[in-house]
Design a binder for this molecule. Structure first.
Ligand code: GKE
Length: 342
């Protein structure tokens, strides 16, 4: 590796998407610095060929030292999770604004060439997501603003701040709005997991325990699209290298109901499950899908890994986590949701 090659910083490199991105950048022969505030033992993946550092990027001093010698920043660092986490931890989610802010300042000061900000479909206006047969969300649907309380407002604020760092300071910022990303090495238990991992865990627990009843949050008619992590990693780099500074959707347009998600996973596990619908559990918006017109127009590409094939890989990985660690499967694994909700 030439020392003249600018380093690529992955902020949140110890997290789910960050770990996959670091792996892909290393495969391309890039010089990668992965920074996360979690101790190494809690990183989702640790890639020995990267310059791995534990630092809290919400502190300006840490953001400055992480940005030294860096050409490209990917900011994936955020306190976040699925509905069970973001509905009950709004202040923690909003505190990510410190990391978003300090990384932008540090990148500007370090003369970084490209800065990627990972925004979210949670910026979209709630009033446009009230029906399961939702019209897919186009980028303009973030305004008039009515974002997901807490998490979504921080994302909307930070994507605007990235835009103004470009306009006012010339920092080349790029922003994607991720739609529910899933895959191996993601959170699958503990309260921050999203629906794909949670359903895989519950179905695997049902298969392993022989008790085929599982708990589903809501009536199961609510709809989402889910993006496999490989598509996310590819699209993230494409958007970062591209010329469009406008926030762009990065999500699958394969809309399913949560009941259909359960059907797919139980098909993969080859069991029939009995569903107990918990109508008091966190549910978020009623329907959400990604309109991919803009990403197609600009990049001639959109996420295309099918939900079925992505879930096959995710289910297999979660099943391995549950069996490889030789834990006794507690009955609670097919019912428990967020610690703050039980
Ligand atoms: N997490 C989870 N766990 N969700 C479940 C479960 C379960 O066991 N059973 C059913 N669901 C339902 C939820 O009630 C919700 O209606 C739907 O699945 C999706 O939940 P989710 O995957 O936790 O998160 P959301 O899609 O509602 O929201 C996420 O959106 C992303 C952007 O598209 C957010 O939590 C953010 O993680 C992210 O920005």
């Amino acid at each position: 590796m030439s020392s003249a090659t600018p380093t690529v910083l992955v902020a949140g490199g110890g997290g789910f998407i960050g770990g996959h991105l670091v792996a892909d950048l290393l495969r391309q022969g890039l010089d990668v610095r992965a920074v996360d505030r979690k101790p190494f033992a809690e990183w989702y993946q640790v890639h020995p060929d990267a310059d791995n550092r534990v630092a809290d990027l919400s502190e300006l001093r840490s953001a400055h030292s992480a940005s030294e010698g860096v050409g490209t920043v990917y900011n994936l660092a955020a306190d976040m999770g699925g509905m069970g986490f973001i509905e009950t931890n709004k202040a923690l989610c909003m505190l990510s604004v410190l990391t978003s802010t300090h990384l932008l300042v540090a990148a500007r000061d370090a003369g970084v060439e490209r800065f990627f900000y990972a925004s979210s479909a949670c910026v979209y206006a709630a009033g446009k997501q009230t029906s399961p047969d939702v019209t897919a969300l186009a980028e303009a649907d973030a305004y008039p603003a009515q974002a997901e309380d807490g998490y979504g407002w921080e994302k909307l604020f930070s994507e605007r701040m990235a835009r103004h760092f470009l306009e006012d300071f010339g920092l080349q910022t790029r922003t994607a709005r991720y739609h529910n990303v899933y895959g191996p090495h993601g959170t699958w238990q503990g309260g921050r997991e999203k629906a794909p991992a949670a359903i895989c865990r519950k179905v695997a627990a049902a298969k392993l325990s022989g008790d085929h009843s599982i708990e589903i949050w809501g009536d199961g008619l609510q709809t989402r699209s889910f993006m496999y992590v490989d598509d996310c990693v590819r699209g993230t780099q494409m958007i970062t290298a591209g010329e469009s500074p406008e926030p762009v959707n990065l999500g699958s347009s394969e809309l399913v109901s949560i009941n259909q998600l359960v059907d797919i996973v139980s098909g993969i596990a080859d069991i029939t499950v009995r569903r107990n619908h918990d109508l008091s559990a966190p549910q978020g918006v009623r329907g959400r899908n990604s309109d991919n017109t803009m990403i197609q127009d600009i990049y001639g590409w959109e996420p295309s890994i099918s939900l079925r094939s992505g879930l096959e890989r995710t289910y297999a990985w979660i099943y391995d986590q549950m069996t490889g660690s030789r834990v006794t499967v507690p009955a609670s694994w097919n019912t428990v949701h967020s610690p703050s909700h039980v």
